[in-house]
Design a protein. Structure first.
Lengths: 372, 285, 153
């Protein structure tokens, strides 16, 4: 384990940029932490912290100089690997023939993510499963993902809606990154390498070995973080609980509150549903198919001739939640939820997935005793 | 329990780009159902297994999943039977010979014809559901001696809605293929059966202890047909449905076709009944 | 008629009916035959009999002004036509046109109703069988009503 200071961290950013990476990291914009290009550590949210709860997000400026003293905001890293809008196919009709070609362009510049939280590392790993490990892989995702350089930020400031400890996705990550930073007080950072590329990067920056008290400090911070999660979700038996309760009255209650606005699916780092739209030029010679983010909350998401399979909001909320916490396990071997809490914070009516899971568990005839 | 196999063509580099196919022939089956026969522009035949579907693209309009309805032994000609129910399929209905469509596929799981070898094979089709079943009928007839009884029960709305009339005529003429057709209602001149397709089951004589059933049609019809088979003592694991859901990609990435934990484009469209039984009791799933 | 008893006892409708009730029923039975394209009965006529089809095919029709007679059900060998004989005012609700020569057992409605009133056990046995058939017809009719093959487009 090694230790660096703020200056060296800045050097790290510069080195990545010099190597040709477009470095993306947390910045403050529109009163929120959003991911955007960073040119130096000064673009990071220095001294900012956040207060999050159901349907509420607030950024607060502090006197401190910490870089990562906040939890995740409305952006997730999925927008860079799985863009909200991307061209798919081009079709050209000429002289009785049709030329079909791929419109996806591999980005010219490799990406580096700076400040990825452990829950987000899990979310990226989950998307790797979806986009790379199924019978059909997404070639665009693959080309971006292969070159991606990840600098993780271990989490020492869980948010008001976080529950990564419950989902075992944090507050500390042990893999899935090239480098991982742990922010200590006084502008110091522990750094660990998680890959060959990460180790090589470390040879280019000045560092000191970490003292035992630095490592202990980090451990204390992680314990404190794990103990101060904003929310708790019991994962034991959760999949079976939901499968067994598809007609539970709780869905009706949620159905009355949910606006089907799709915020949760947009901020969720693991949601991957998409749709394709078609457009042509005026002469109908050139047509393009474009992939867009979609949400299972939209009314015609499940439309087949005659009507939607899920016309009620109740059924669409159930679809989302049971997909995230039950069917995802059958499909991809893990939960789809990483405990980041975004859906709770950004739901305009404050629906809390952890509370709903708890209520369904408690209101089931053979209620499962929750461990600890 | 015999699984409905997923068969993948992994030689195609990208499954996002359709291949151009030229329309050789169009045939009007009924007022809203038509059959297209297509040939690949690059000459490479689309080999498929009965039960599979393609994503069919109409330039500038969109893409829809349509089951392949042709003969798997003759892949040089790709055949699709389409019902005009929405934007893309209405556009397809105006397609002429010589026009070009984009095709991605074949995708999806297949009718378990191997599992039916040695048993009676009962095929039950409702409405346009006869189209996804026609390939397996062709194949079963080509290997006729491998099965016990071969039976088709076909129900549709009215006599004018009957598709594949020529095929039906030919099939009925055979002594080794029992074909029963019924309609929900008819005008007086109709000489055939009137009533629900489930009503035909007791008339078809097959050995319930040694039968495999392949059912395709509206979900309601499939559910009730399965119930009748179960009442007669057929093992639930020997009953197969072909399901339908909204699809935008056909390759398990867009999320639209999910039915419980299953992607209908990947674990389906053909499913063994035991997998669906619980799901079919849940509303709006 | 004595000779009809074994034929009746073999018909699926009377399966497992106790011999003494079969005897009572036989007393109301007669053999009938209808030629193809004839009508067994018309809508509105008194339901004087109900029929157990032995061979042949019958189309149940309802006459419509615009599309002519609409066939709503066809029935064949082993099936039963009619329960209007049990429900006042005992009139038929549709036409029954023979599409293939029919041989049937006709059971006299008045005779049978009288015997059922006199012996309720007989009535119960008949009703048990009739309700099973009615339930099947109702379920089938409901499916037909749903028009599952129609489009909502």
């Amino acid at each position: 384990m090694i230790k660096i200071d703020l200056q060296v961290l800045g050097t790290l950013v510069s080195l990545l940029r010099k190597d040709g990476f477009r470095v993306l990291g947390p910045t403050v914009r529109d009163h929120a932490i959003v991911y955007d290009e960073i040119r130096s550590y000064e673009d990071l949210p220095i001294g900012w912290t956040d207060e999050q709860t159901n349907a509420s997000y607030k950024l607060v400026q502090t006197e401190g100089k910490s870089l990562f003293a906040y939890a995740v905001g409305p952006h997730s890293w999925k927008q860079f690997l799985f863009p909200p809008e991307s061209p798919l196919v081009r079709s050209r009709r000429t002289n009785g023939s049709m030329e079909l070609s791929g419109a996806q362009q591999a980005p010219h510049v490799p990406l580096a993510f700076f400040g990825v939280r452990p829950c987000e590392l899990h979310a990226i790993a989950i998307h790797d499963r979806v986009f790379l490990e199924g019978p059909f892989a997404d070639p665009w995702y693959k080309s971006v993902r292969e070159k991606l350089f990840i600098v993780a930020a271990q989490c020492t400031h869980p948010g008001g809606t976080c529950f990564c400890a419950s989902m075992k996705t944090g507050p500390r990550a042990t893999q899935g990154f090239d480098l991982a930073l742990t922010e200590l007080p006084k502008g110091l950072f522990l750094v660990e390498a998680g890959s060959q590329r990460g180790s090589e990067m470390l040879t280019k920056i000045p560092w000191h070995p970490a003292e035992p008290e630095d490592v202990n400090e980090a451990e204390r911070l992680f314990s404190a973080a794990a103990a101060s999660m904003g929310r708790v979700l019991e994962p034991d038996g959760l999949q079976q609980l939901l499968y067994a309760n598809l007609s539970h009255p709780r869905w009706d209650a949620i159905g009355h509150r949910c606006l089907s606005c799709a915020n949760c699916t947009m901020v969720c780092p693991t949601c991957f549903c998409s749709t394709v739209t078609d457009g042509t030029d005026l002469s109908n010679t050139e047509a393009q198919r474009t992939r867009l983010w979609d949400s299972c909350f939209t009314a015609d998401f499940s439309y087949i001739h005659g009507g939607s399979v899920r016309p009620s909001i109740r059924s669409r909320y159930r679809q989302w939640m049971t997909h995230k916490l039950a069917s995802w396990v059958d499909q991809f071997g893990t939960f789809g939820c990483v405990g980041c809490g975004r859906c709770i914070t950004w739901c305009p009516v404050g629906i809390d997935i952890t509370e709903e899971a708890r209520l369904i568990r408690e209101q089931t005839p053979e209620a499962q005793p929750t461990s600890q | 329990m015999p699984e409905a196999d997923v068969v993948l063509d992994t030689t195609v580099e990208s499954h996002f780009i359709p291949r151009p196919f030229r329309v050789l022939r169009t045939k009007r089956e009924t007022h809203d159902v038509f059959t297209l026969e297509l040939k690949p522009e690059d000459g490479s035949p689309l080999s498929f297994r009965p039960g599979q579907f393609n994503m069919m693209y109409v330039h500038g309009i969109g893409e829809v999943p349509i089951s392949i309805s042709g003969n798997p032994a003759k892949p040089e000609t790709l055949v699709h039977t389409v019902r005009a129910v929405g934007g893309v399929t209405f556009a397809m209905r105006s397609i002429h010979r010589g026009d070009i469509l984009g095709i991605r596929g074949p995708y999806g799981s297949v009718w378990p014809i191997e599992a039916a070898v040695g048993s009676d094979l009962v095929v039950v089709a409702g409405g346009i559901g006869l189209a996804p079943l026609r390939p397996v009928i062709y194949e079963a007839l080509a290997r006729r001696q491998q099965f016990g009884k071969l039976i088709l029960l076909y129900g549709t709305r009215e006599p004018e809605d009957i598709i594949f009339e020529k095929d039906l005529e030919g099939w009925r003429a055979r002594f080794d293929f029992h074909v029963f057709v019924t309609v929900d209602r008819a005008i007086g001149s109709w000489k055939g059966h009137v009533g629900v397709v489930t009503g035909l089951l007791p008339k078809a004589s097959f050995d319930p202890a040694n039968t495999l059933a392949m059912i395709c049609g509206p979900e309601v019809m499939m559910r009730f047909t399965a119930m009748e088979f179960l009442k007669l003592g057929v093992d639930p694991a020997q009953i197969y449905f072909s399901m339908e859901r909204n699809m935008k990609c056909g390759i398990g990435l867009c999320g639209h076709c999910q039915f419980g934990p299953y992607f209908v484009c990947r674990e389906g469209p053909v499913f063994p009944y035991p997998r669906l039984k619980q799901l079919m009791t849940v509303r709006e799933i | 008629m004595e000779t009809l008893k074994p034929i009746l006892s073999q018909h699926p409708f009377f399966k497992d009916l106790q011999p003494e009730y079969l005897e009572l029923v036989t007393g109301c039975a007669s053999n009938v035959r209808f030629d193809a394209d004839s009508y067994m009965f018309h809508e509105g006529e008194e339901a004087g009999h109900f029929y157990l089809l032995r061979t042949g095919n019958v189309a149940l029709e309802i006459a419509t002004p615009d599309r002519g007679p609409m066939v709503i059900q066809t029935l064949g060998e082993g099936e039963l036509i009619g329960w209007s004989w049990l429900v006042p005012p005992y009139t038929w609700h549709f036409d029954a046109r023979v599409t293939e020569l029919v041989r049937a057992i006709a059971l006299d409605a008045t005779c049978l109703r009288k015997k059922c009133e006199a012996d309720h056990h007989l009535g119960y046995e008949l009703l048990k069988r009739l309700t099973v058939m009615m339930e099947q017809r109702l379920a089938a009719t409901r499916l037909q009503l749903l028009d599952v093959y129609g489009t909502n487009a």
